[in-house]
Design a protein around this ligand. Structure first.
Ligand code: PLP
Length: 377
């Protein structure tokens, strides 16, 4: 928190706006839309709810398929199931760790031949790194499939100077506690289509018809953000650039030290993009380092340092065991490789230099000791 949140929360208390909706929500939506350069924004209770609304607006239903990045958090794809639709997962490509345009093209071509084009494509900008938006958008446009950007992790990231989440039909953000800015829990859906966002507002407010009594013709949701939490969001939005700078600095420090190590490869940043570096991620080739990502996580944990594996790809999840999957190349499954080798290091905006040194020292110590252990074995 920055401290300024209290001012906005206090205002909500003083005016007794303890409800979903209210002046903070209106202001938060306007301020976010201005910052992102979009026509309209709707604040909701989670990023997941925002994705769900996007799929609802695009008319995704039971007979439909939706293409989705495989290397992501399960929340990207759960709303596909909420709609009773079928996910098809698309692999990553090495330069962004995000949706492979090569795999996507293959998937679209096959779907087209079977007269079964997806109702939407959900492209994720993993750990803040924008996907190859231009190539993906070109394919989406070519086949007439709307693009939903899951920018839950990439608020503040840029693709050719334009914010991630503003390139497709809809963009969604998350303000969950772990994200680059937070409202403790919350999300947002944005678009240049104001009418669509108005419709999202309608769905998110129990789909109440404009009648003088409670009348409902459509299935709705209770997804609106509370006026108190929107107050937190307003203050957080003001420091977004500072947060991005802090996270990038954390990444750079890790990069300086770890890119020296043979077998350590930092998550790339595609030319023409700025990642918010939400998390510092890298891959470890244990044939060169003698220590795997999981080994290192265990070693760090003994020092009370929390590191994590890269998301387990959705096509490997028991939940989606029957789902179709398109790898980058027929004989190269990039997301599985990234899952096997990837690690996310402590990356908080508030991470101090001392703390980061402690992480780095622990990693340094882990390398020779494990190599030594191996020799003993
Ligand atoms: C966090 C996250 C979400 C979901 O956001 P919530 O606000 O937690 O519902 C969706 N997609 C990705 C990639 C995320 O990291």
């Amino acid at each position: 928190m920055t401290g300024k949140e209290e001012t906005y929360i206090e205002e909500a208390f003083r005016t007794n706006w303890i409800a979903p909706n209210g002046p903070n929500v209106d202001a938060f939506e306007k301020e976010a839309a201005r910052l992102l350069g979009v026509q309209a924004a709707l604040a909701v209770q989670s990023g997941t709810a925002a994705i769900h609304l996007a799929l609802e607006l695009l008319g995704v239903g039971k007979e439909d398929t939706v293409f989705c990045s495989s290397l992501t958090f399960v929340a990207s794809a759960n709303p596909i199931l909420y709609q009773g639709a079928t996910p098809v997962f698309i692999d990553s490509e090495p330069d962004t760790w995000n949706m492979s345009p090569i795999a996507l093209e293959r998937a679209l071509k096959e779907a087209d031949q079977q007269y079964k084009l997806p109702k939407a494509i959900i492209v994720v900008h993993l750990y803040g790194q924008p996907a190859r938006v231009r190539e993906i958008k070109r394919l989406a446009d070519q086949y007439g499939v709307p693009l939903v950007e899951d920018a839950a992790e990439s608020l503040g990231s840029l693709y050719h100077y334009k914010p991630s989440g503003t390139h497709g039909a809809f963009g969604i953000y998350s303000f969950n506690g772990n994200k680059i800015i937070t409202t403790s829990g919350g999300g947002m859906i944005v678009s240049d289509d104001e009418k669509a966002i108005e419709k999202a507002r309608f769905y998110a407010t129990q789909a109440k018809d404009p009648a003088p009594y409670y009348q409902h013709s459509l299935k709705g949701y209770n997804y609106r953000m509370s006026n108190i939490l929107a107050g937190v969001g307003r203050a957080q939005l003001e420091v977004l650039e500072l947060r991005v700078a802090a996270r990038r600095k954390v990444f750079e420090k890790y990069e300086q030290e770890l890119s020296q190590v043979e077998g350590f490869d930092m998550m790339p940043e595609l030319t023409g993009t700025r990642s918010n570096r939400w998390l510092t991620a890298l891959t470890i080739d244990d044939s060169k380092t003698g220590v795997s990502a999981q080994n290192l996580i265990n070693i760090l944990e003994k020092e009370n340092i929390e590191a994590r594996r890269v998301w387990k790809p959705l096509h490997l999840q028991p939940l989606f065991k029957d789902a179709q999957y398109y790898p980058h190349f027929e004989d190269q499954d990039v997301s599985t490789e990234l899952f096997n080798q990837g690690i996310c290091l402590p990356s908080g905006s508030g991470l101090t230099t001392e703390e980061q040194h402690r992480v780095l020292n622990t990693i340094r110590r882990a390398l020779p000791s494990l190599v030594m252990n191996k020799r003993v074995l």
